[in-house]
Design a protein around this ligand. Structure first.
Ligand code: AMP
Length: 394
């Protein structure tokens, strides 16, 4: 079902309560990456352009334990940054509910931007408490959710509040749904999923979900060794999840039954120890000696992936091909980032470490869509309904 967009509702003269994801990394009192703040700007700008609107922003920051109001989790640092980015005053509220905030909102004028204090200062937020949601809802005439990163959580500010106000998705959530939904329902074919990362256990649900719509799948990264073990190959000291060997066998059979080609790495770059400075040792097949650990895919694997991606019309990539954090073992991941960036297909990076990789290697602006939510993207691609989005469906 399609989500209702911010563009579908009349916001004229309304106080608009917007859930954004301002959960930015803060070290020593400084914001180290403002991407999440910048990502919210198009929606804020759009709403401010509607006649007579006041913007009321709400978010969480960090994980205040049991709803404790610790100053290190205050959003005031974000208010300053947002004000700097917008070149406009941002009014920082002392709380997110209660009389003082209600008064502040009541006295606000069109064009004002108010940022409410951390919603996780109340344990009722994560508990999705209806009374707390109602108190938040009291602050606005309409509710816009633009926090894709927390859309997989049914919290008061992401789900509960939608029950009490006319609600719609902000431009960020709208874009996420626009790119992610077709992947599960009707991707442009041929559709190739490239899945890597550490563990089968954390990716099996996404593998099974994508198997329903993809024409071919590349399985790389640490999790590929459990699959190769399941196929009777020697994996040396590489990452193995013993408990998932059976799951891997079943998955390989399911793919064969569906006639979906699975491309496993053909060769490996290994190391004697798992470390940044370990010397790369090339193994030209999937028979890794007992003393070695598989760290990256080799050139033959890269060629096989290139061939598979050449005709793709849709590509989803989630998870690195190797230990890309170590310079000696990032060639496979760089190669995939390059292939995805240079492809003419609809290309979607599905969150998490592949987002860090595409950013680090400088290709982010060459893909159709880089998803902003790690856990949320994964759950979306697993086919799970995200409560924050379900609440906005037409
Ligand atoms: P994930 O969050 O599941 O996408 O996993 C990402 C992590 O997988 C990264 O930190 C990589 O270093 C790690 N990874 C990828 N390939 C390997 C490998 N061959 N051995 C160990 N870890 C790996």
């Amino acid at each position: 079902m399609a989500v209702k967009s911010v563009k579908d509702i009349d916001l004229t003269n309304k106080k608009v309560l917007i859930r954004v994801d301002f959960n930015v990394p803060v070290i020593d009192g400084k914001i180290t990456d403002a991407t999440r703040i910048t990502a919210s700007i198009p929606t804020i700008d759009y709403i401010l352009k509607q006649k007579g609107t006041t913007v009321i922003l709400m978010s969480h920051l960090g994980r205040p334990k049991g709803g404790e109001k610790k100053p290190e989790f205050s959003l005031s640092i974000v208010a300053n940054k947002l004000s700097e980015i917008l070149g406009k005053k941002v009014i920082m509220a002392s709380d997110c509910i209660g009389d003082a905030v209600e008064k502040l909102v009541k006295e606000s004028k069109p064009g004002d931007i108010i940022l409410l204090e951390n919603v996780r200062y109340y344990k009722e937020e994560e508990g999705n408490d209806p009374e707390f949601a109602k108190k938040l809802a009291k602050l606005g005439d309409a509710y816009i959710n633009d926090a894709f990163g927390t859309a997989h959580r049914a919290h008061a500010s992401t789900e509960g509040v939608a029950k009490y106000l006319p609600s719609a998705a902000g431009l960020l959530i709208e874009k996420e749904v626009k790119f992610l939904e077709p992947i599960l329902k009707n991707p442009k074919k041929p559709f190739v999923a490239v899945i890597g990362g550490a563990k089968v256990s954390s990716k099996i649900a996404v593998l099974e979900s994508l198997l329903k719509t993809c024409d071919a799948m590349v399985i790389g990264g640490g999790m590929s060794y459990t699959f190769l073990k399941a196929m009777g190959k020697k994996i040396g000291k590489s990452l193995l999840e013993e408990d998932y060997i059976d799951t891997a066998k079943k998955f390989i059979k399911a793919a064969a039954d569906k006639k979906v080609e699975i491309i496993f790495p053909l060769d490996r770059v290994c190391a004697k120890e798992f470390s940044e400075n370990a010397e790369p040792i090339y193994i030209e097949n999937n028979e890794i000696p007992d003393e070695l650990t598989g760290m990256d895919i080799g050139p033959k694997s890269i060629e096989a992936i290139k061939k598979c991606l050449a005709t793709a019309q849709t590509i989803v990539w989630n998870g690195p091909m190797g230990v890309f954090e170590f310079k000696n073992f990032q060639k496979g991941t760089i190669a995939v980032a390059e292939m995805v960036a240079n492809s003419k297909a609809i290309t979607v990076i599905g969150g998490g470490d592949s987002v860090s990789a595409i950013n680090e290697f400088g290709y982010a602006d060459k893909v159709s869509h880089v998803s902003t939510g790690g856990g949320a993207s994964l759950e979306y691609l697993e086919g799970k309904p995200l409560p924050g989005i379900v609440a906005l469906e037409k």
